[in-house]
Design a protein around this ligand. Structure first.
Ligand SMILES: [Zn+2]
Ligand SMILES: [Zn+2]
Length: 246
């Protein structure tokens, strides 16, 4: 009986919070009420956009010029994808939202984040009317630590905004890899090499791989290489944020 009362109390709190958020429609960041979207316009204007990126991998060009817009790495070793685009720079408040989504199981951030990145997605890939969205998969062992795959959550909502199909059963993460964050560019590439495998034939339509944060692009490249082996010919990458390698 006690258990039942506890559960009912929990449920009523949940419903009250839901109703509150629908009625007041407050911005999730500044808590200003009467907002039509979960992140208000003025908070969204503070989101740091990416600048001076390589036209292929999106990495920041330290010496951009009018005629060279591709980084040395992409010129010498072109990636398996055509182009990777990030909506924002990995700086506050984007960095803090991603950390919450990733490590504090705040799944409710996925939808507002997808809504915030959709304009950049549309600008970069709006012309690909038959594209398929494919989130970077997690290794099964990671599900014990993080309940949800955050890339999948973001891709799921982004697919709805874009009106494109989501395909998350073609590629699996077959090998667990240590976190990329502490690794150098070379180690990152080595770390993720051959860590993905195919469980099905990739679609013939263009594929847009979705991830939360891109640093060197090695994860998207490793996944794109596997998809290319399976016959995919047109692969792109899109992420919420670009983090520069220190
Ligand atoms: Zn706001
Ligand atoms: Zn590049």
């Amino acid at each position: 009986m006690d258990d039942m009362i506890k559960r009912l109390n929990k449920l009523s709190t949940f419903i009250r919070l839901k109703v509150d958020s629908v009625i007041s429609r407050h911005c999730l960041l500044c808590l200003k009420t009467g907002q039509p979207s979960p992140i208000c316009k003025s908070c969204l204007e503070d989101f740091p956009l990416t600048e001076n990126g390589c036209e292929t991998c999106g990495q920041q060009l330290h010496h951009p010029s009018d005629n060279i817009q591709i980084c040395g790495r992409c010129l010498s070793k072109p990636p398996a994808y055509i182009k990777s685009v990030s909506a924002f720079d990995y700086k506050f408040p984007v960095s803090s939202i991603i950390r919450r989504l990733k490590y504090q199981e705040c799944g409710y951030w996925a939808k507002p984040l997808a809504q915030a990145i959709y304009p950049e997605f549309k600008q970069a890939f709006g012309h690909l009317h038959n594209a398929v969205l494919m989130p970077v998969p997690m290794h099964e062992s990671q599900y014990f630590i993080r309940r949800d795959n955050h890339a999948h959550l973001i891709a799921k909502h982004l697919a709805k905004y874009a009106g494109l199909p989501l395909q998350n059963e073609v590629v699996m993460k077959s090998r667990h890899t240590p976190r990329q964050a502490e690794l150098s560019a070379r180690m990152r590439r080595r770390n993720v090499k051959n860590s993905f495998s195919l469980t099905d034939r990739p679609p013939v339509s263009p594929i847009i791989i979705i991830d939360d944060v891109v640093t060197t692009g090695s994860t998207i490249d490793a996944m794109a290489r596997q998809l290319t082996k399976g016959g995919a010919t047109e692969i792109y990458g899109f992420s919420v944020a670009r983090r520069s390698l220190e």
